[in-house]
Design a protein around this ligand. Structure first.
Ligand code: GLN
Length: 490
């Protein structure tokens, strides 16, 4: 099989070929590395390419397969967002602060991939410490959208989404605190799943906002999303928020169809200022779900949605300000070399180590948590959070799932919003309420506007990933959006 075809395979297709020994993992990994070498000068999805390690892992996978041992992800090359610790491979969080940090251990999700003998190609670009919606806040360089190189890929897992969309890897892992898996998935025409809070261990995930962070897959189709979830979900005693519920087989219900399912359309998510093509694409997608047998409930209302953005920008920066206090130049990471005393060492380390968006978040969070303001901001935001959660609980008494856009617009131009934090924050209005409520949601391809992808979000109650995958799968079977590939020219 020619190497450009190999890169386009899904996990399931690659697995079949590996199992029947029609291809080897080394061939597949080489094909991915060649593709990376080919397109990276335009996409810039990767911060580190671990060529040697990847080829070594591929050889090991091949010898496992020869011995008759093949797990679903064995020998299949993946890219990992650079916020997850990878033993022996530097993990930068796209920050000068961690530019040369090589973790001594693997994140739990990486251990799980390694148990299956998966291949890790490298680490992907992101907004610094996962703070952003466009990848422009990377301390190193922005990632470009494979569909239009002058556009952002979305953030903060933009490198992971762009890498999968450009066929640099068969799949990728990302993290999602306010939309960082789903938004780039939507902007790049791939499938991105944010699992329920507690479903996937965050051990070894560099913390941004600990009450919101989750890890999840970015894949070329819904089946692959289920396959990766099977590999990474489950309890971990080293993440105190991980939940000891049994992990279902996420592929189990994919073919069950959606006849009779009740899908709500919350009106607050079809916001003013929304791009008309996005509204139209969602309308068409919802009709398709209806044709497939779902009952559409147009009367769903989540009135507290309008407070979600404000609450998020108190809660997430507050947690970030506490989590990022550890970067003092003493234990690991960047350390300012010419300080006269310890206070100056810490100050200068943070002054030169962090970029402007990270500093903005630390200041916002420190302010919200400070004496005299704590009740007015942080406590109030927590109360809003409870209201938002309760509202979702009520809606899920009558709906199996909700459908919304991923973002009010398709991908925007590089440079368009980077100097206007409020406009950048508004990109996430449809995704952040989901993290605030701790519930799962998936982003799937649902149309195009001027050759730029439009994503649809399907939201579910806690631990209903199976239902989301089932709806997404039924829709994917009935449409061709996910099969379109970017031309990557220019
Ligand atoms: N864009 C949001 C933020 O900047 C969400 C980021 C994320 O999900 N990691 O905080």
């Amino acid at each position: 099989m020619p190497s450009n075809r190999l890169c386009q395979l899904t996990i399931r297709q690659a697995h079949e070929l590996l199992k029947h020994r029609e291809i080897s993992s080394v061939e597949l990994t080489r094909a991915a590395l060649e593709r990376i070498a080919d397109v990276e000068n335009r996409i810039h999805a990767c911060l580190t390419i671990a060529e040697e390690t990847a080829l070594r892992q591929a050889k090991e996978a091949d010898s496992h397969i020869r011995d008759g041992n093949i797990a679903p992800l064995t020998g299949i090359p993946a890219l990992i967002k650079d916020v997850m610790c990878t033993k022996g491979i530097r993990t930068t969080c796209a920050s000068k602060m961690l530019e040369n940090f090589v973790p001594p251990y693997d994140a739990r999700v990486i251990e799980k991939l390694k148990v299956q003998k998966a291949v890790i190609l490298g680490k992907t670009n992101m907004d610094e410490f996962a703070m952003g919606s466009s990848n422009e806040h990377s301390a190193f360089f922005p990632t470009h959208n494979p569909w239009d190189l002058s556009c952002v890929p979305g953030g903060s897992s933009g490198g992971s989404a762009a890498g999968v969309a450009a066929d640099e890897a068969i799949y990728a892992l990302g993290s999602d605190t306010g939309g960082s898996i789903r938004l780039p998935a939507g902007f790049c025409n791939v499938v991105g799943l944010k699992p329920t809070y507690g479903r996937v261990s965050r051990f070894g995930l560099v913390a941004f906002a600990s009450s919101l962070d989750q890890i999840g897959p970015l894949t070329k189709d819904v089946t692959d999303s289920a396959w990766v979830m099977n590999a990474i979900a489950g309890f971990d005693s080293r993440d105190s928020t991980s939940v000891p519920y049994p992990v279902p087989d996420y592929t189990g219900q994919l073919i069950s169809g959606i006849k009779g399912m009740r899908i709500g359309i919350p009106k607050e998510y079809f916001v003013e200022g929304m791009q008309s093509e996005v509204r139209e694409a969602l309308g068409v997608a919802i009709r398709k779900l209806e044709e497939l047998g779902a009952e559409i409930d147009w009367e769903v209302s989540l009135p507290h949605t309008k407070y979600a953005l404000a609450a998020y920008y108190i809660l997430a920066p507050s947690e970030a300000s506490a989590n990022l206090a550890r970067y003092d130049g003493v234990k690991y990471g960047f350390s300012y070399p010419n300080a006269n005393n310890v206070i100056q060492a810490i100050e200068k380390t943070r002054q030169f180590g962090f970029g402007p968006e990270v500093k903005r978040r630390i200041m916002l969070g420190t302010y919200a948590l400070s004496a005299g303001y704590y009740d007015a901001y942080y406590v109030k935001a927590q109360k809003v959070r409870t209201l938002i959660k309760q509202e979702f609980d009520r809606v899920f008494e009558r709906c199996d799932a909700l459908v919304t856009p991923i973002s009010p617009t398709a991908a925007f131009k590089i440079g368009e919003k980077v100097d206007d934090p409020l406009q950048m924050y508004l990109t996430d209005v449809c995704t952040l309420p989901i993290n605030i409520a701790g519930i799962p949601a998936i982003s799937i391809p649902a149309g195009f506007c001027n050759n730029l992808p439009i994503g649809m979000q399907i939201i579910g109650k806690p631990f209903s990933e199976e239902i989301l995958l089932r709806i997404a799968f039924a829709y994917e079977q009935a449409t061709d959006w996910h099969k379109r590939k970017p031309a990557i020219t220019g």
